[in-house]
Design a protein around this ligand. Structure first.
Ligand code: TYD
Ligand code: MG
Length: 458
């Protein structure tokens, strides 16, 4: 006799389950995240029911016929770059991002691009009514493209619709948290609903050979709502990010089974949708005030692409007992480390000063090679000595104050030269494979050297 369905309490933040409700998840420590969900009775044939027998599967060697992964280019170059060359048929892609960042806009543009090229693109909207999506399409001037649209949240209805007619090339589900399956006794957006919907849709898309794009909401902390489990299930995870008040939007690969990660695509939100930004360095350096102290240009890398950004710092005497440390676009631990190194190794103490650090344009930098540029900006602001505007900086700083080599020096230098910079301040260690005569190189081995050239007494 089948056992009656049991209930368990699943943490909506980390996916851990327990038999009792508690206010705080014992696994991840999140408060009020446990929701009751029923564990279903195993279906006959699912392999979980008692007495069910499996069949033997054929085991194969690693060597065999492997064709190059076929790809469908969307024609949106920034998206194609981020996905590693275009959409892969049969793969599943998850796009996460804060509300209002432009996920629905981007996906409507992708659907229209695929449909215009003759593919069948379906757009299931769970959040907006068809009229709202139509309005957006009109605003984007895409209303005439043959995208097929439905406002639907019931998983069974979506699967039934998919089984009709020719197999689509692209399915977009906006968003996965709104879908619900009748069979599950849990609210939409809960872990078990999201997991079941993702699984069924992935199974369909693998079988039909179409690309599936899911939109995922993000939580306050910035990770995709529902546990990491959806990120494990899909082939590619992209995050769409940007600062409110800035028009730039950055599409970043977090995971990609079919291509490189850490690639970025840069867009600008305009009145008629997202516009691709082909040369982001020009944009991030756009309107800088080169004469003011406290600004240094960092020659960075995002994936395979060089990117020059301005790092701005303001160091001011603090009236507070505990001076302020405000930081935008960079890691606050990294700033604390840098301030400690400046104090202990270079004799520059900012302990009595408020420190503000900002990466221009709303970009977030995670590369350790930004240390030298951040240090230059801090020292320049502290000393009041402006840095010469035609210089770029890159290099990682170790706890001893030594400047460590950074990868891809040649690519960084080439980009700096292309944008008219005259001097590059870079680490002493590290081979330089190629450099043209137009860019002057200043090698620096220890942060002290920089502190000495930027001292207030000069
Ligand atoms: P949307 O795609 O709805 O965001 P998400 O799906 O991530 O929640 O984008 C909404 C924002 O984008 C909204 O604030 C208006 C702005 N927007 C433009 O600036 N220009 C446009 O052409 C469109 C369609 C939206
Ligand atoms: Mg949306």
């Amino acid at each position: 006799m089948a056992k009656p369905a049991k209930s368990q309490f699943v943490c909506q933040s980390c996916g851990a389950s327990s038999t009792r409700w508690t206010g705080k998840c014992a696994n991840c420590g999140e408060w009020n995240s446990l929701v009751e969900e029923r564990t279903g009775v195993p279906q006959p044939g699912s392999g979980l029911a008692a007495g069910s027998k499996g069949r033997t599967v054929q085991l194969e060697t690693l060597k065999g016929d492997t064709a190059q992964t076929p790809r469908t280019e969307t024609g949106i170059t920034e998206l194609d770059r981020v996905t590693g060359g275009g959409l892969v048929p049969g793969s599943a892609l998850l796009i996460g991002g804060e509300p209002g960042i432009g996920k629905s806009t981007l996906l409507l543009q992708v659907a229209a691009a695929v449909a215009t090229k003759g593919g069948r693109a379906l757009y299931f909207s769970g959040e907006e009514a068809t009229a709202q999506v139509r309005l957006r399409a009109e605003r984007l001037e895409l209303a005439d493209t043959p995208v097929e649209l439905a406002a639907e949240t019931n998983l069974a209805n979506i699967l039934a619709t998919l089984s009709e007619g020719p197999a689509p090339d692209l399915i977009i589900v906006d968003s996965i948290q709104t879908l619900w399956a009748d069979a599950l006794d849990a609210a939409p957006g809960t872990v078990s609903q999201v997991r079941a919907a993702t699984q069924s849709l992935i199974r369909y898309s693998k079988h039909a050979g179409c690309t599936l794009i899911l939109v995922g909401h993000v939580t306050k902390e910035g990770s995709i709502a529902g546990p990491k489990v959806i990120e494990h299930m899909v082939d590619t995870v992209l995050y769409f990010e940007g600062e409110r008040g800035h028009a730039f939007r950055i599409l970043r690969t977090v995971k990609n089974r079919f291509g490189p990660t850490n690639e970025i695509g840069v867009f600008e939100m305009a009145t008629k949708g997202l516009r691709e930004v082909r040369n982001p360095s020009e944009l991030f350096l756009g309107d800088r005030d080169a004469k003011a102290p406290g600004a240094a240009v960092f020659a960075g890398m995002e994936g395979t692409r060089p990117l020059l950004v301005e790092i701005q710092a303001l160091v001011a005497p603090s009236p507070l007992g505990t001076p302020r440390r405000a930081i935008l676009g960079w890691d606050s631990n990294r700033l604390s480390m840098l301030l400690a190194v400046l104090d202990a190794r270079c004799g520059v103490s900012l302990a009595q000063c408020d420190v503000y650090l900002n990466v221009a344009g709303g970009l977030k930098i995670t590369e350790p090679a930004a240390d030298l540029a951040a240090a230059a900006a801090l020292l320049s602001s502290f000393s009041g000595v402006p840095l010469s505007p035609d210089r770029v900086f890159f290099g990682e700083i170790s706890l001893s104050g030594a400047v460590r080599a950074a990868a891809h020096s040649a690519t960084r230098l080439k980009e700096a030269e292309k944008l008219g910079f005259a001097t590059a301040v870079m680490p002493s260690p590290g081979e330089l494979t190629s450099n043209s005569a137009n860019l002057k190189i200043e090698r620096i081995g220890h942060l002290k050297q920089l502190a000495e050239t930027l001292s207030p007494c000069q």
